[in-house]
Design a protein around this ligand. Structure first.
Ligand code: GAR
Length: 196
């Protein structure tokens, strides 16, 4: 069984959708991987309790305890690898992980590092994507699953989900519509990556 490790910083709803896919009853529809661990850089991330309730090992690696980005990323890579008997998890899944990763980290996991971003890339890289889509007058918004490269939010696109922007939308209502689609798209994109 392939091992995947999920990195979070917050509520963990995408993480939960991936764990659910890996725990489905039916072998045919189940994600063919084991979620070996969920690691958060924030001790207070709500997703940690959700993961534990779903029977997944959790770990906190607080970035504030490290002198710089490189030291944190090196420790994180070491912890991730530790969750696979061969020291090489099949996939590292960023699910609302709000840290920019160093080139050394990205290189270490090259071809095995995937992210979900709440915009239709290449539009709106970075933060506050929903407000920026509203401010720009976009009629559609969405989310993108992509491979992670050293350039922020710029790796090859694997999947995209599109939702309409509705009259009266706020960043919150739009985010809620988008994240519902993220929960469908991300486990599917991961399944297809694992089949390659
Ligand atoms: C998701 O909408 C995800 O696309 C976004 O954070 C949210 C996490 O929600 N990711 C980023 O902004 C990455 N730059 P979740 O913790 O409930 O899965």
């Amino acid at each position: 069984m392939k091992n995947i490790v999920i990195l979070i910083s917050g509520g963990g709803s995408n993480m939960a959708s991936i764990v659910r896919a890996a725990q489905r009853e039916s072998w045919e529809t189940r994600l063919q991987a084991r979620v070996a661990a969920v690691i958060s850089n924030r001790p207070q991330a709500g997703g940690l309790a959700i993961a534990r309730d779903m029977g997944i090992a959790t770990e906190v690696l607080d970035h504030r305890a490290f002198p710089d980005r490189s030291a944190f990323d090196a420790a994180l890579a070491e912890r991730i690898d530790h969750y696979d008997p061969q020291g090489k998890p099949a996939l590292v899944v960023l699910a609302g992980f709000m840290r920019v990763l160093t080139p050394a980290f990205v290189t270490h996991f090259e071809g095995r590092l995937v992210n979900i971003h709440p915009s239709l890339l290449p539009a709106f890289t970075g933060l506050h994507t929903h407000q920026r889509a509203l401010d720009a007058g976009c009629r559609v918004a969405g989310a993108t699953v992509h491979m992670v490269t050293a350039q922020l939010d710029e790796g090859p696109i694997l999947a995209q989900a599109v939702v309409p922007v509705l009259e009266g939308d706020t960043a919150q209502t739009l985010a809620a519509r988008v994240v519902t689609q993220e929960h469908v798209m991300y486990p599917r994109a991961i399944a297809s990556l694992l089949r390659q």
